[in-house]
Design a protein around this ligand. Structure first.
Ligand SMILES: *[C@@H]1O[C@H](CO)[C@@H](O)[C@H](O)[C@H]1NC(C)=O
Ligand SMILES: *[C@@H]1O[C@H](CO)[C@@H](O)[C@H](O)[C@H]1NC(C)=O
Ligand SMILES: *[C@@H]1O[C@H](CO)[C@@H](O)[C@H](O)[C@H]1NC(C)=O
Length: 441
């Protein structure tokens, strides 16, 4: 009777390791013969075997042959008591065996089976990971304390916190003289502001969809182009529905800006004002640093963009000077009258795991590093919390794709400058053009 050929194939990794108790890198180290209740067998007994990776290995005398590739890796050690050949160097870690030198990834950290003082042990890196299970659990276990829920995101799993801060945010804090920019004054009656407002409902189809910056710190460019795009559509009453190019800003607004490592919002708005930018179709987002494809000046024709048919536009899309909104009700009035505004915010570790509800940062993170981010406030509202108290919120568009948060949006506490979100809020007027008149055709 011949033993199965499949077994020979499966275990051919043992060729030339005769007599050595040695574990091939990709084989679990056992025990095999060591786990048999009836132990090893004399002579050749085909039933004297143990299961190994979907097949069988043998524990009988036949394994004394020189080529014992179908025998269990621990045959010599268990059946012949020959431990002198080679030390078994295996790490046991979280219910798994790892051969010496093998690595495993645990969230954002690499673990390696290494020798430490004569023993082998699994040693792991200790970076703070973007997704921390304990933050998610702590938030979700206390709906009475936190008004938001947290979840794991596949996209963020396995990444370090510092990568998230560097590449998922990307707004540089305004210089002191820019922060002193005085807010515009608006004349309105704060008592007449509605308790709830959503740009997506008032200007259906005009509001820029949720974008995804990818692993590039481009929030400075994305929030600027999205806010400007919304305002082009709103002010033109739908005639200039355009998605402006973030890559145009990312690649071409490079003086004092750091592309995927972040940028200043005042410089971005100044670029839109001085030079203007083209639309997304003409200069699509690639999400990494590359050299500018367009001359700064010039128009849509010299940039070889296709021209809109319904309006007489030749110029790139430009805006007037950006202005700052000073407080909660001014921001509300501005959104209602002119459209979404751009806001900056401090991002704490727990924000990356936000899933739904009204966000307030917690002190659950053990790592207190934070970053600066820019987003687009599209509306506001109120809802009652676990204890029945009314809580006010802003409705905000993020740039982490539609799978994050509430379809790409989040709600954050309003009126308390949560995460500094009310500290530096900007708007700008777009320079729209007239519709194509009969004379032009
Ligand atoms: C133990 O292993 C050594 C080295 O491979 C070999 O020379 C020796 O014959 C083995 N002893 C027994 C009892 O199998
Ligand atoms: C998070 O998601 C990843 C990938 O989808 C998964 O491998 C991981 O086990 C999840 N982590 C937690 C804590 O649920
Ligand atoms: C914000 O400032 C305006 C004046 O610009 C004032 O009328 C309004 O009451 C202020 N709102 C809040 C919430 O302080």
């Amino acid at each position: 009777m011949t033993r199965l050929k499949g077994i020979l194939l499966a275990l051919c990794v043992y060729v030339n390791i005769a007599n050595a108790v040695q574990y091939a890198d990709d084989l679990p180290p056992g025990p095999y013969c060591g786990a048999r209740r009836n132990g090893c067998c004399a002579g050749r007994v085909d039933g004297c075997s143990a299961p190994i990776i979907g097949t069988l290995c043998y524990c009988d005398d036949f394994c004394d042959r020189v080529r014992n590739e179908d025998c269990c890796p621990d045959f010599q050690a268990v059946c012949r008591g020959n431990y002198t050949v080679q030390e078994i160097r295996v790490c046991h870690h979280r219910g798994q065996y790892y051969a010496y030198g093998k690595t495993a990834k645990e969230n954002c950290n690499i673990c390696k089976c290494e020798e430490v003082g004569g023993r082998v042990e699994m040693l792991c890196e200790r970076n703070a990971c973007l997704i921390q299970e304990n933050i998610i659990d702590a938030v979700n276990q206390r709906p009475d304390q936190y008004q938001w829920r947290a979840s794991n995101y596949t996209e963020f799993w396995g990444r370090r916190l510092d990568e998230g801060i560097k590449l998922r945010l990307g707004t540089l804090q305004p210089h002191r003289f820019v922060r002193r920019m005085s807010p515009v004054r608006r004349i309105y009656d704060p008592n007449l502001l509605p308790p709830q407002f959503d740009s997506n409902q008032k200007w259906r189809g005009y509001i820029t969809p949720i974008q995804d910056q990818g692993w590039c710190g481009a929030s400075w460019a994305m929030s600027t182009t999205a806010t400007a795009s919304d305002r082009f559509a709103i002010l033109s009453e739908g005639l200039e529905r355009v998605q402006l190019s973030s890559q145009n800003l990312l690649s071409c607004n490079n003086r004092g800006q750091q592309s995927c490592n972040g940028g200043y919002l005042d410089k971005a708005w100044l670029f839109l004002r001085k030079y203007g930018i083209v639309d997304e179709n003409c200069y699509p987002y690639v999400g990494h640093d590359d050299s500018c494809r367009l001359p700064k000046s010039g128009n849509l024709i010299s940039a070889r963009c296709s021209l809109p048919l319904n309006v007489g536009r030749r110029e790139k899309y430009k805006v007037g000077p950006a202005y700052r909104l000073g407080n909660e009700t001014d921001i509300m009035y501005e959104i209602m009258e002119s459209g979404p505004v751009q806001a900056t915010m401090r991002v704490y570790h727990d924000f990356f795991t936000y899933r739904s509800g009204i966000y307030r940062h917690t002190n659950l993170a053990t790592d207190d590093r934070t970053g600066y981010h820019s987003v687009r406030i599209v509306g506001w509202g109120e809802e009652s919390d676990y204890h029945g108290r009314i809580q006010k919120y802003w409705r905000v568009a993020n740039s982490w794709g539609e799978d994050w948060g509430e379809n790409g949006y989040f709600k954050i506490a309003r009126g308390t400058d949560e995460c500094e979100i009310e500290s530096f809020v900007l708007g700008a007027w777009p320079f729209t053009v007239d519709p194509v008149s009969k004379n032009d055709i």
